[in-house]
Design a protein around this ligand. Structure first.
Ligand SMILES: *Cc1c(COP(=O)(O)O)cnc(C)c1O
Length: 450
């Protein structure tokens, strides 16, 4: 079979002639064997396993373009139903009337939510005859890189609130301190990428209520629930972080994270029509009428949306609760095992997102978290090591993301491999790897901008 391959496969130039499809398929598949194993990738929040029925359904609709609402009205209907399900899950006052849409992921969803905040603020400022040229957005320095992109791409000042002491996310008092008349909104993250902790959304809203009463500034909140908006409704139903808080204007989530769909889908929902200025919405042809769309892309795959609807239908509330509850159990158990090994100190425990981070105790002087990550990688496990942002750059951490497919049994194997790695690492006199070796932290690290 392999002898049929030509001695040289053209790599960087378009080949002159054709190739047999089986041969071409095998060449590409074989190269991809050198990628990491997705199921052992504890760096990513993104789904790495779906049921065979979902695989089949996605393959069935790889040819559907999400934007062709008129040609594929049923795909468009599935998207609308998903929006309504999410609006209800997040307690929108009128779920049937809450605007929302699918996106390629949370990054695009955050761009849209941020643009809506900016446009609302501009309209209000202009209506009051006030300047509207210096918008800012207040958020913790732990935000995912998409928020810095939003600020850079759409000319909004990013007011990043640095970490202080041992709280590694936004706090109400420090958020309010940085708000002024040019603040278009405050971003609260439900599930920080750095350590999996929930930001105190309700307390941030309360602090903003007090600011309104004091200074008359009425600043909306966007909840970046990329992960947490699909964990908290099932695992922490009493936690008030969503549209139950009147100040929450919009919420996004990644359908491809704890929404349990393969990469390529996100969601954003606004509380009500006031949250999404009409002039941002475009109309496309739909069954002879017109259908509102708000998106950065035009063409986009429809398969992910069908897969999201399948997963909602398939699991229902109880199914999601079971899957996410199991992830959290595995995360907590693994966090406890790792804490018991000795050299690690937990920053979080896996009891909010099923994600936890840990550092090395000061006594562990012979090796770094980057050395630990490299040793785990030798054994097939992808666990990122990274440095915390501004003000706490002294913290170097390992992060473990537990997703559907990470079982107690696999976690046990991981803990065993970590223990064996430590036996080797303890013989090391000084750390071999530093922060410059960190390479796969999934958007937690600040990008370098010159
Ligand atoms: C992953 C993540 C994002 C970006 O989401 P994508 O779906 O990967 O575009 C934004 N915010 C948070 C908190 C995240 O965890």
């Amino acid at each position: 079979m392999f002898a049929a391959e030509p001695p040289v496969v053209p790599r960087d130039a378009l080949p002159a002639g054709e190739m047999d499809p089986e041969l071409a398929y095998r060449i590409v598949r074989d190269e991809l064997m050198l990628d990491g194993n997705a199921r052992l990738n504890l760096a990513t929040f993104v789904t790495t396993w779906m049921e065979p029925q979902a695989d089949r359904l996605m393959a069935d609709c790889f040819d559907k373009n999400m934007i062709d609402k008129d040609e594929y009205p049923r795909t468009a209907a599935l998207e609308e139903r998903c929006v309504r399900m999410l609006a209800e899950l997040w307690h929108a006052p009128e779920p049937g009337d809450a605007p929302g849409c699918s996106t390629t992921g949370s990054s695009e969803a955050c761009m849209l939510a941020g643009l809506a905040l900016k446009r609302r603020w501009q309209q209000a400022r202009r209506a009051a005859g006030l300047p509207a040229d210096r918008p800012n957005l207040v958020m913790g320095s732990n935000v995912q890189v998409c928020w810095e992109k939003f600020a850079a791409y759409w000319d909004v000042e990013a007011r990043l609130v640095p970490m202080e002491g041992d709280v590694y996310h936004l706090t109400p008092d420090r958020a309010v301190e940085r708000c002024d008349e040019n603040t278009i909104g405050v971003v609260a993250v439900l599930g920080s990428t750095y350590d999996g902790s929930y930001e105190p959304v309700a307390d941030i809203c309360t602090a903003l209520d007090a600011l309104r009463d004091r200074d008359g500034l009425d600043i909306p909140v966007h909840v970046d629930g990329a992960s947490g908006a699909m964990i908290a409704p099932f695992c922490d139903p009493d936690l008030r972080w969503d549209f139950r808080l009147p100040r929450v204007a919009s919420v996004n989530t990644s359908g491809h994270k704890y929404g349990l769909v393969y990469p390529g889908v996100g969601w954003v929902v606004w509380r009500d029509r006031d949250g999404l200025p009409e002039d941002l919405v475009f109309r496309v042809n739909y069954l002879g009428g017109d259908m509102p769309t708000f998106a950065l892309n035009f063409s986009r795959p429809g398969a992910q949306v069908a897969a999201q609807y399948y997963t909602f239908l398939r699991l229902g509330f109880d199914g999601y609760r079971r899957v996410q509850g199991y992830c959290r159990e595995v995360a907590r158990g693994l966090a406890d095992r790792i804490a018991a090994l000795g050299p690690f100190e937990l920053i979080t425990h896996g009891d909010q997102l099923p994600v936890f981070a840990c550092t090395l105790r000061p006594e562990a002087t012979g090796y770094s978290v980057f050395d630990v990550a490299a040793h785990l990688r030798e054994r097939g496990w992808l666990v990122p090591a990274y440095t915390f942002p501004e003000n706490r750059e002294d913290i170097q951490a390992l992060r473990f993301v537990v997703r559907n497919g990470m079982t107690h049994d696999l976690a046990d194997l991981l803990a065993g491999d970590l223990d064996r790695s430590l036996h080797e690492l303890r013989r090391q006199a000084t750390p071999l790897r530093g922060a410059d070796s960190a390479s796969f932290d999934h958007g937690a690290r600040r990008p370098h901008r010159r």
